[in-house]
Ligand binder design. Structure first.
Ligand SMILES: [Zn+2]
Length: 131
């Protein structure tokens, strides 16, 4: 099964369909995920509560760029960093949503010399930029 390639507009729609829980209400399935910026997937978190929706990895690109998009001086891990689908690490990410409440997330596997780390970030539609 291949996932559809998503655009910035798709991400905005996905994020808007599933507003972040307000007033402290937490979804029993995904409420343990507190990741306004990229975080390691918490140990013990049951990733089965999430389902894949689409990918940002363009199948026509042999090697997605490692360039990041930070016009406001943010850094990779900042909660305020823009979500730029064609920039690193979003261009290696997949979009997921909670099967219970449809809250949307991005996931990406960071691969270093000696480690792999599953990263997850909540999809805030207000941070999505077309870059
Ligand atoms: Zn949920």
């Amino acid at each position: 099964m291949s996932l559809p390639l998503l655009t910035a507009g798709d991400l905005r729609r996905m994020g808007a369909q599933a507003p972040q829980p307000a007033g402290g209400g937490r979804c029993p399935a995904c409420g343990g995920l507190d990741c306004p910026g990229w975080e390691a997937l918490p140990g013990g978190f049951d990733a089965e509560v999430l389902e894949p929706v689409g990918t940002l990895r363009d199948p026509d690109l042999y090697e997605p760029t490692y360039e990041e998009h930070h016009p406001g001086g943010t850094r990779t891990w900042d909660a305020a960093a823009p979500i730029a689908p064609r920039s690193h690490p979003y261009n290696r990410s997949e979009a997921w949503r909670c099967r219970t409440c449809h809250r949307a997330f991005l996931r990406w596997t960071e691969v270093g010399g000696y480690y792999r780390e599953d990263r997850i970030r909540a999809l805030d539609p207000a941070l999505v930029v077309d870059a």
